[in-house]
Design a protein around this ligand. Structure first.
Ligand SMILES: NC(=O)c1ccc[n+]([C@@H]2O[C@H](COP(=O)([O-])OP(=O)(O)OC[C@H]3O[C@@H](n4cnc5c(N)ncnc54)[C@H](OP(=O)(O)O)[C@@H]3O)[C@@H](O)[C@H]2O)c1
Length: 256
């Protein structure tokens, strides 16, 4: 019998871990899809395709051509467009969709979070007075902070920020997680950081900065995730494996 074909939309540690679990089982033919943003992506355990599909229509065509039996959206919680496209394309092609989205971090009593709903709100939340700010939101949206050029920014990202910010006081730090709490505390102290901006991405690899802020009693401007729906949702790789098994076992009619 043909192996079931699975397409995983990735770009996260969870997508890689899920691909490895399927690969170890040997019962499925798995392809991992990456957007191609990272210059030197991490090694992946299964065959990879790279680059956008060309919107909903492109992804739908891919699902049909490759006769995909299950689409798994394991993209980053803040990668919204690809998740919307996955939802629409899966419906159009009649392919079941599973969303793997890790839980966000939760605020503790000793945290000082300023919760905002968008990058633009995060810029405003820094206030008028010039501050030393650690921007730990990745490189794609860092440019939004040009709107508040009075602050001094330390921008950390995996790849260089191109073009660089226009704001006059910006330092760049290239680094890839996971990060350790002790090193984060040291970094925040050395750079005399007064405020941190973070997306509520969740996960262990980048949680250390949140713990470090708690230790140093620093405020964190925390960008919340928007609401996301969908029926087949998992928060962990294990849950996703179980749900994938159910979805592949269910009889279905391919879309026309
Ligand atoms: N946003 C973040 O904070 C963040 C953080 C860490 C990792 N990532 C990862 O980085 C990638 C890009 O994130 P984003 O926020 O730029 O995405 P996005 O805004 O949701 O997507 C923009 C476009 O990029 C393409 N794309 C995104 N993910 C793809 C994938 N896994 N495979 C093939 N094409 C993909 C799609 O192009 P077409 O319309 O042409 O298909 C999509 O319309 C994602 O894989 C995500 O998991 C994002």
């Amino acid at each position: 019998m043909d192996k079931a074909r699975i397409l995983i939309l990735g770009g996260t540690a969870e997508a890689r871990a899920l691909a490895a679990r399927f690969d170890a089982g040997g019962e499925h033919r798995v392809t991992l899809s990456l957007a191609g943003r990272t210059l030197d992506p991490a090694r992946q355990p299964v065959p990879v395709r790279t680059g956008g599909f060309g919107g909903v229509a492109g992804l739908e065509a891919y699902l049909r051509q490759e006769q995909i039996d299950l689409l798994i959206d394991a993209t980053h919680p803040f990668a919204r467009r690809i998740s919307e496209n996955a939802d629409a394309a899966a419906k159009a092609a009649g392919v079941p969709l599973l969303r793997l989205e890790r839980r966000g971090w939760e605020e503790t009593e000793t945290d000082r979070w300023i919760r905002v709903g968008s990058i633009a709100e995060a810029v405003t939340a820094l206030g008028e007075r010039p501050r030393r700010v650690f921007l730990a939101i990745g490189r794609q949206e860092a440019g939004a902070f040009d709107a508040a050029p009075q602050h001094h920014y330390l921008v950390r990202s995996v790849d260089p920020v191109v073009p660089p910010l226009a704001a006059p006081h910006v330092d760049y730090l290239l680094a890839r997680g996971p990060f350790a709490v002790e090193a984060e505390v040291d970094l925040l102290k050395r750079r005399r950081i007064e405020m941190i901006v973070s997306k509520n991405s969740g996960g262990e690899a980048t949680a250390a900065k949140i713990v470090a802020a708690r230790i140093l009693d620093l405020p964190v401007v925390m960008i919340d995730r928007g609401a996301s729906g969908g029926e087949n949702r998992a928060e962990t790789v294990g849950e996703a494996m179980r749900l994938a098994g159910h979805l592949l076992a269910a009889p279905r009619k391919r879309g026309v």
